[in-house]
Design a protein around this ligand. Structure first.
Ligand code: PRP
Ligand code: URA
Length: 212
């Protein structure tokens, strides 16, 4: 797995306010959106393009445009929804599919409760977005699912990751080729006994949308 920690000072600055427990939900949502646009810039460095001939007012030239099929963005509900706007701002022509996953708070195992994805993802370039990579169970399951449907170029984008989750994802995706790419804003210190990232930012879904 390729791991890119996008520790640009602006990302670290925004992450600091996101982490702060005094940050309210509207501000948290705005910061998550801003952060994902910055991370998406890094994550889409290898988005597929093809040559595109145009004429400028001065003369002909060949640039590039996004190839077809367009990339697929998959937010993992619920917290991944908080990253969707920022991601589609950078890739407005991308398609969007949805996976709903929830961690059992005791066993920390993820279950999938919703799936709205194309059946056939053969050869598709996929960006799977979720703010938190904690144990890695949710993202590993999501990536496995996307790969089974044929996706062969998968990039995961997270705001924060735990070292345990990065290691787990690495192990669970080591059979995939090309390797999965992980782009994250920071790799924190550890997981606590409840499976929360330390220092982290708490429960991302609750902070985005209020406790349900
Ligand atoms: C959170 C988070 C990830 C998952 C990470 O979601 O958004 O999806 O936990 O944990 P893991 O790496 O240990 O699997 P949660 O299950 O709390 O659901 P939510 O998005 O509905 O809040
Ligand atoms: N999910 C979250 O929302 N936060 C964590 O720290 C771990 C999992």
């Amino acid at each position: 797995m390729r791991v890119i920690v996008a520790d640009h000072p602006l990302i670290t600055h925004k992450l600091t306010y996101l982490r702060d427990k005094r940050t309210d939900s509207p501000t948290f949502r705005r910061l998550a959106e801003e952060l994902v646009t910055l991370l998406a810039y890094e994550a889409t460095r290898e988005v597929r393009t093809e040559p595109f001939a145009i004429e400028t007012p001065v003369g002909p030239t060949t640039g590039v445009k996004l190839s077809n099929p367009k990339p697929l963005i998959v937010p993992i509900l619920r917290a991944g929804l908080g990253m969707l706007e920022g991601m589609v701002r950078l890739l407005p022509s991308a398609e969007v599919g949805f996976l709903g996953m929830q961690r059992n708070e005791e066993t920390l195992e993820a279950i999938t409760y919703a799936n709205r994805l194309p059946d056939d993802l053969s050869g598709r370039q996929v960006y799977v977005i979720d703010p938190m990579l904690a144990t890695g169970g949710s993202l590993a399951m999501a990536i496995q699912y996307l790969a089974e449907r044929g996706a062969n170029d998968i990039t995961a984008v997270t705001l924060l990751s735990a070292p345990e989750g990065v290691a787990h994802l690495e192990e669970e995706t080591s059979h995939l080729s090309p390797p999965v790419t992980l782009v994250t804003g920071a790799v924190d210190e550890k997981l606590n006994e409840l499976g929360y990232i330390v220092p982290g930012l708490g429960d991302a879904g609750d902070r985005l949308y209020g406790v349900v």
